[in-house]
Design a protein around this ligand. Structure first.
Ligand code: GLA
Length: 403
């Protein structure tokens, strides 16, 4: 009986997918390395317009970011208008013609992303996808959308709390079903669309998101451009390493590099951590007014290569010594990245700090490349490393000598 029921369900599921979509949907390969691009929220928030997206796409090309690997130009919340009598969602006046905008972004050799919620409203209170999932997915595909960030928000009060008050397990099932529904709707379009889950890292999302087609999932609440918030987010990533891999990534939120009052050291550390964490690299700064030193951080090819390493193995916090944290990431071909971070705020420098190679299972001496100075370095056992507050030493060792 049970087998018959699941067979029936399988047949039903298949019959809802147009036959031409089945083959292309099953061959969709996206996000084999963590997605790279730019998203409008962290700088523009609700003020973003069509003009800003075009200008950002132009800048991604002219600043060398495209050549360095940034490809997705993602519109976050507040593009949505109203639905018409047929339920078709229209853009609001800030985005007069989404198809034309997508064509423009594509003409630059880039891809375009969009945003919605499984609830009735988005987080900023705009029209979202509840009850219109298939229709919206088809609409995105008709515009040429390549990436969807799907943000839980109003689904919590409108569906989870309403339909299953005080029943956390049932609420979780409703949430999973909502993400599953949109994943199926996206796949049914036959267009490769990166599916980004945004539900703030609740209910061990990393355990179930990959199975229902999630290419990335937020592991935390929102980031902001302050060291304390960035460090708090980093501190929540330990233990999630095994869930990341090609096609499915932990997402500690979009980059704040170049935003707010982050110092250059803090921007370097933020970018280094995201690379060690195999995190999506979605810049979120004001690209037309980007300073050269911020551009240099975002386009540091050696650091990007750590993030985009094809092995796809997320790095981990190896050990701490006072206010110094040592992180490591295994890379393809047996190479290794080591990040030493001065997370302390009170003292100017880490002096005296000595890198303990034995704790990393390494023998002395090692040679590698300092990825922020570009210089070759030699590391002896107990190598003294002096770092100003919030700065990082990031080294790549291609042939580490194991203990
Ligand atoms: C939530 C998300 C943010 C952003 C806003 C938009 O807060 O976590 O990343 O998308 O919604 O309203």
């Amino acid at each position: 009986m049970r087998i018959a029921a699941s067979l029936l369900l399988a047949v039903l599921a298949l019959s809802t997918i147009p036959s031409n979509a089945q083959s292309s949907a099953s061959s969709q390969v996206v996000a084999q390395t963590p997605p790279m691009g730019w998203n409008s929220w962290n700088y523009f928030a609700e003020k973003v317009t069509d003009k800003d997206i075009r200008a950002s796409a132009d800048q991604i090309v002219s600043t060398g970011m495209k050549d360095a690997g940034y490809v997705y130009v993602n519109i976050d919340d507040t593009w949505e208008g109203q639905r018409d009598a047929n339920g078709v969602l229209h853009t609001n006046s800030k985005f007069p013609d989404m198809k034309a905008l997508a064509d423009y972004v594509h003409s630059k050799g880039l891809k375009i992303g969009i945003y919605s919620s499984p609830g009735p409203k988005t987080c900023a209170g705009f029209e979202a996808s509840l009850g219109h999932e298939e229709q919206d997915a088809q609409l995105y595909a008709s515009w040429g959308i390549d990436y969807l960030k799907y943000d839980l928000c109003s689904f919590i009060p409108a569906v989870m709390q309403k339909q299953a008050p005080n029943d956390k397990a049932a609420q979780m099932r409703l949430m999973i079903a909502a993400y599953d529904k949109m994943d199926k709707a996206l796949k049914a379009t036959g267009r490769p669309i990166v599916f980004s889950l945004c539900q703030y890292g609740w209910d061990s999302v990393w355990e179930w998101a990959p199975a229902l087609g999630g290419n990335l999932w937020r592991t935390t609440g929102d980031i902001n451009a302050h060291w304390d918030r960035i460090y708090a987010i980093v501190s929540q990533q330990s233990g999630l390493e095994s869930y990341a891999g090609p096609g499915h990534w932990n997402d500690p939120d979009m980059l704040e590099v170049g935003n707010g009052k982050l110092s250059l050291a803090e921007n370097r550390s933020h970018f280094s951590w995201w690379a060690l964490l195999a995190a999506p690299l979605l810049a979120g700064n004001d690209l037309p007014n980007m300073k050269p030193e911020i551009n240099a951080i975002l386009t540091n090819r050696d650091v990007i290569a750590i993030d985009q390493d094809p092995l796809g193995q997320q790095g981990r916090h190896a050990y701490s010594d006072g206010e110094v944290e040592v992180w490591v990431r295994n890379l393809q071909g047996g190479a290794l990245a080591i990040g030493v971070f001065n997370v302390g705020s009170d003292r100017y420098s880490t002096h005296p700090f000595h890198l303990n190679l034995a704790k990393l299972n390494l023998r002395a001496n090692q040679t590698g490349k300092d990825l922020w100075t570009g210089k070759q370095v030699a590391l002896t056992e107990n190598e003294p490393i002096e770092l100003p507050s919030h700065d990082v030493f990031l080294v790549r060792i291609d042939k580490p000598k194991q203990k």
